[in-house]
Design a protein around this ligand. Structure first.
Ligand SMILES: Nc1ncnc2c1ncn2[C@@H]1O[C@H](COP(=O)(O)OP(=O)(O)OP(=O)(O)O)[C@@H](O)[C@H]1O
Ligand SMILES: [Mg+2]
Length: 390
C-alpha cells in the first residue's frame, strides 16, 4: 500500500520536533510525519521514500541551515519530486530566499517564524488538498488518455476492416460485372442471328420472344456498364484541373437531349457557372446523372423546367439543380444515395438506381457534399458542393 508523508526539515532538533508535534496533533493520522535536521538527511529520506514507492505530499523546510540552505534544498527536491508541495520557514529578512524558492522550487507558501499555529495548520491542510486534487486529476487524465488511445486503436482497426471489405466488394463487383458481359453477349448474338437468318421460318410469337430477349439483354448491358462505371469510380483518384462548369452543364444537357423526343423543356442556367478545380471525367458523370434524372422525372409535365445555379461561399461552390417533375416522398430520401435505391418502379420510370450512388461517391472524393430534397408532384432539388481550391 502506498504511504503518504510530510517531511519537516530544520537544523534545530527542538524546532523540528515542535513542528512534528503540531502536525501529528492536527492533521489526518494517515499521513506519516518524517523529520530531518539537515538538507543532506532530507535528501536521503526522499530518495528512500521514492525507493519504497511512497509519496511525499509536502516538504516544510527551514531557510537558515548550515550547509545547504532551505531554498536550495527545495529547489533540489523540485527536480526529484516535482509533484510534492514545498513550504519555506523564514525569518523576517529572508525575502531573497523566498524569491529564489518561488522561481526554482515552485514554492507553495512561505511561513514566517515563529509560526502561528492556526496559520501553519491551515496552510498544511491546503497543501494536502491541493496535492490530492492534483493526484485525482492526474489519474482521471491518465484514464481518459488511455480510453482515447483504445478508442483510436479501435477506430483504426474498424477503418482498416471497412476499407478491406470495400476493396473486396469493389473488386468483386468489377469482376462479376465484367464476366457477366460475355455470356450476355453470346445470348444476344444468338437471338440476333436467329432473328436475321431464320426470319422466314419463325412465327410472330417466336419473333416477339427473341426481340424481348434482345431488349432484356440490352437493359442488362446498360446495368452492367453502370455498375462497372460505379466500381471504376470507387477506384479512381480524382485528377484535379480547371473545369468550366457552364460549358459542362450546357454540353451535357445538349448531349442528353439528342435521345429525347417530343418534350417541351426549358433549361435555365441562372448565371454563368464558375470554373472549378475538379476531375473533368468524374464531374461529367455527376452532371450527366443529375440532369438525366431531371429530364426523366419531368416526363409527365407538359412543360418541364430545369434550373441550374451556383452559389459561392467562403469555402465551397454549391450547385443546385431544380426541376418541376414528379418528385417523391422525402420519408425515404436518406436511402437514395445507396446503390439500387429507387423511389419509382421500372414501369413508371426506367433506371437501375446507380446514378445517385455514383454522384455521391464522386462528390465525396472531391471533398464535397450532396443533398436531395423533393416534394411529391412538385419537383426535386439536388445540390452538391465542391471545395474551392487554388
Ligand atoms: N429529379 C428527380 N425527380 C424525382 N425522383 C428522383 C430524381 N432524382 C432521383 N430520383 C429518385 O431517386 C432514385 C435514384 O436515382 P438514381 O439516379 O440513382 O437512379 P435511376 O435514375 O432510377 O437509375 P440510373 O440513374 O441508375 O439509370 C430514382 O429512381 C428516383 O426514384
Ligand atoms: Mg438516374
Amino acid at each position: 500500500m502506498i504511504r503518504y508523508k510530510i517531511l519537516c526539515v530544520d537544523d534545530e532538533e527542538m524546532m523540528v520536533d515542535a513542528l512534528k508535534l503540531e502536525l501529528v496533533n492536527n492533521i489526518s493520522s494517515d499521513i506519516i510525519i518524517e523529520t530531518a535536521t539537515s538538507a543532506e538527511e532530507a535528501l536521503l529520506i526522499v530518495k528512500e521514500t521514492i525507493k519504497q514507492k511512497d509519496h511525499i505530499i509536502l516538504v516544510i523546510s527551514d531557510q537558515k541551515m548550515p550547509g545547504m540552505t532551505g531554498e536550495v534544498l527545495l529547489a533540489e527536491l523540485d527536480k526529484i519530486i516535482p509533484d510534492s508541495l514545498k513550504i519555506l520557514l523564514t525569518g523576517y529578512t529572508d525575502l531573497d530566499a523566498v524569491q529564489y524558492a518561488i522561481n526554482n522550487a515552485s514554492l507553495f507558501r512561505y511561513i514566517q517564524k515563529p509560526w502561528e499555529q492556526e496559520d501553519l495548520i491551515l496552510t498544511v491542510n491546503q497543501a494536502i488538498d491541493k496535492f490530492n486534487t492534483k493526484r485525482a486529476l492526474d489519474e482521471k487524465t491518465q484514464q481518459i488518455m488511455k480510453m482515447n488511445e483504445e478508442l483510436e486503436e479501435k477506430v483504426k482497426e474498424r477503418t482498416t476492416q471497412l476499407r478491406d471489405a470495400m476493396k473486396e466488394l469493389e473488386a468483386f463487383s468489377f469482376t462479376v460485372s465484367h464476366d457477366l458481359k460475355s455470356p450476355l453477349r453470346s445470348i444476344d448474338y444468338c437471338a440476333k442471328y436467329i432473328l436475321e437468318d431464320y426470319a422466314d421460318e419463325l412465327n410472330p410469337e417466336v419473333k416477339k420472344m427473341l426481340t424481348d430477349i434482345r431488349s432484356t439483354c440490352e437493359n442488362m448491358f446498360n446495368l452492367i456498364n453502370k455498375l462497372l462505371l460505379y466500381s471504376m469510380t470507387a477506384k479512381t483518384l480524382p485528377e484535379l484541373a480547371p473545369v468550366d462548369t457552364d460549358q459542362l452543364f450546357r454540353n451535357t444537357y445538349s448531349e442528353l437531349m439528342t435521345s429525347v423526343e417530343n418534350r417541351d423543356i426549358e433549361f435555365i442556367i441562372e448565371e454563368v457557372l464558375p470554373v472549378v478545380k475538379a476531375d473533368y471525367i468524374l464531374l461529367k458523370q455527376v452532371v450527366n446523372n443529375i440532369l438525366s434524372n431531371s429530364i426523366k422525372f419531368t416526363r409527365q409535365k407538359e412543360k418541364a423546367v430545369i434550373t441550374v445555379k451556383c452559389e459561392k461561399d467562403e469555402n465551397d461552390y454549391r450547385f443546385t439543380i431544380r426541376d418541376n417533375g414528379v418528385g417523391f416522398d422525402m420519408k425515404y430520401a436518406s436511402k437514395l444515395f445507396g446503390i439500387f435505391q429507387r423511389m419509382h418502379t421500372q414501369n413508371e420510370y426506367e433506371g437501375s438506381g446507380i446514378g445517385l450512388a455514383t454522384v455521391k461517391k464522386i462528390i465525396d472524393k472531391h471533398g464535397g457534399q450532396v443533398n436531395i430534397s423533393s416534394v411529391e408532384n412538385e419537383g426535386t432539388v439536388v445540390s452538391f458542393s465542391l471545395p474551392i481550391r487554388q
